[in-house]
Design a protein around this ligand. Structure first.
Ligand SMILES: Nc1ncnc2c1ncn2[C@@H]1O[C@H](COP(=O)(O)OP(=O)(O)OP(=O)(O)O)[C@@H](O)[C@H]1O
Ligand SMILES: [Mg+2]
Length: 422
């Protein structure tokens, strides 16, 4: 008896046939912890499979113990592959220790040497995504991963996070770009920034890029947009950061239908772990629709009265639009501006009735330099405390606020592979 998924079994088919109908895996990060060097070689050889062309894969030694040690102090990737040589009765216990240091969204595939149906059932019931019996082929491993992340019924991997200003110029674009940077460096997760301010967007400028009009071309593709086209329209803004840029031209106006961004967002979510939406400060049908449907909304405000009124209106409206989804959260930007009276952060957050994720102080020299050089704050001032604020916001919006801030897991958020499937 073999413990491979139905899809994995299909890997006996000739390689050409697999390639022809192959679904490409999204841009996930995979880390493998092997006990034997042959297994490491096997997993490494999987990267040559066409389906893995967008995947970032690394292999390490040490099996489950090695993984546990690593993730005590490092964020977990989208998928962990662990080889185990333990006896069947010890495997579930060892995996429980791994679960304690794993983020909730991380999936786990186990490579084992024991062909035991009871063990298989127990592991699957405890939330392990797949148990593959060795010896296996690289193609079998890739098929199992594809089934998890790219099959018809696989949940989209991407988390959509939108940043919107309570008042024009409050700093939502700057925050969106720097948080994407923090996610790239702290979590090593790929993100895609959508510059939705088509006429005036600054994402290209802030990353010192002059990219093609990615987002406008995607919108103009009249339903012909697919994964391949999306890949072509994206440009690389930095390591792990991709961009669908705004055309920033005024030769036409940008008036969209309410659901015009729906298909693009869906495609983006299928290919990128994090989708950052840089939303302009305006109020129209498509912005309202976007705010109603994305995973996380961050309202960016300066600590003054007009921002407070607008932030409160935005927060109330967004909560009413999506009563069962995550409530919007709040970031105060440009605090401590010299000589400017300001509303106290706690009072501001209380009035808006939103969780305050962080405060970014006003620093004309630092932000002016970053903006004029087309650099992120971390590039201009790597040790500035503001980077910790961006990192904390990045962890929160990617659902990691409870685990992984410096240390590890408070255990409040149950890793998905320990959640019993009733
Ligand atoms: N904490 C800060 N201290 C000083 N300047 C800042 C700070 N945050 C942002 N800025 C500057 O404020 C200006 C406006 O920022 P940004 O473009 O991010 O705002 P926005 O809310 O996206 O504006 P819009 O309403 O046009 O979308 C930029 O020049 C930026 O460099
Ligand atoms: Mg903006």
């Amino acid at each position: 008896m073999s413990f491979l998924t139905p899809d994995a079994k299909r890997t006996d088919e000739p390689a050409a046939e697999i390639a022809a109908g192959a679904r490409l895996l999204p841009r996930i990060t995979i880390q493998a912890f092997c006990e034997h060097s042959q297994t490491a070689q096997l997993v490494e050889s999987a990267i040559h499979d066409r389906r893995m062309s967008k995947v970032a894969l690394t292999t390490h030694n040490g099996g489950i113990d090695g993984a546990v040690e690593t993730y005590k102090s490092n964020p977990t990737p989208n998928l962990i592959i662990v080889e185990t040589i333990l006896a069947p009765d010890q495997i579930p216990v060892a995996l429980e220790r791994l679960a304690e240091v794993c983020d909730a969204s991380t999936r786990v595939v186990v490579l084992g040497h024991v062909n035991d149906v009871l063990l298989y059932r127990e592991l699957i019931r405890s939330g392990i995504s797949e148990y593959i019996v060795l010896p296996a082929t690289a193609s079998q491993i890739v098929s199992a991963i594809t089934e998890l992340f790219a099959s018809e019924n696989a949940a989209p991997i991407g988390r959509t996070v939108g940043f919107v200003s309570a008042k024009g110029g409050a700093g939502s674009s700057t925050l969106a770009h720097n948080v994407a940077w923090a996610i790239a460096t702290a979590l090593r997760q790929d993100s895609l920034i959508l510059d939705m301010d088509l006429a005036f967007g600054t994402a290209g400028l802030n990353f010192n890029q002059d990219p093609p009009h990615g987002l406008a071309d995607a919108l103009n593709s009249n339903q012909k947009l697919d994964q391949t086209m999306l890949d072509r329209l994206m440009s690389k803004a930095a390591n792990h950061i991709n961009l669908l840029a705004a055309p920033v031209a005024l030769d036409r106006t940008f008036d969209f239908e309410e659901r015009e961004f729906e298909q693009i967002l869906e495609l983006c979510q299928n290919t990128m772990p994090v989708v950052v939406l840089d939303i302009p400060h305006a109020w129209n049908a498509w912005i309202r629709q976007t705010l109603a449907t994305i995973d996380e909304v961050v309202i960016v405000a300066e600590p003054d009265l007009a921002n407070l009124r607008n932030a409160k209106n935005l927060a109330d409206t967004i909560k009413a639009l999506r009563p069962t989804e995550n409530a919007p959260s709040l970031v105060l930007n440009k605090t401590g501006m010299p000589r400017r009276p300001e509303i106290n952060a706690g009072e501001f957050a209380d009035s808006v009735e939103c969780q305050l994720l962080g405060q970014v102080q006003f620093d004309a020299a630092l932000f002016g330099t970053a903006a004029n050089n087309g650099q992120m704050i971390a590039e201009v001032a790597a040790n500035n405390k503001i980077n910790e604020v961006y990192r904390a916001i990045g962890l929160h919006v990617t659902g990691r606020q409870i685990t992984h801030v410096g240390g590890k897991a408070s255990g409040l958020k149950l890793p998905s592979f320990l959640k019993k499937r009733a």
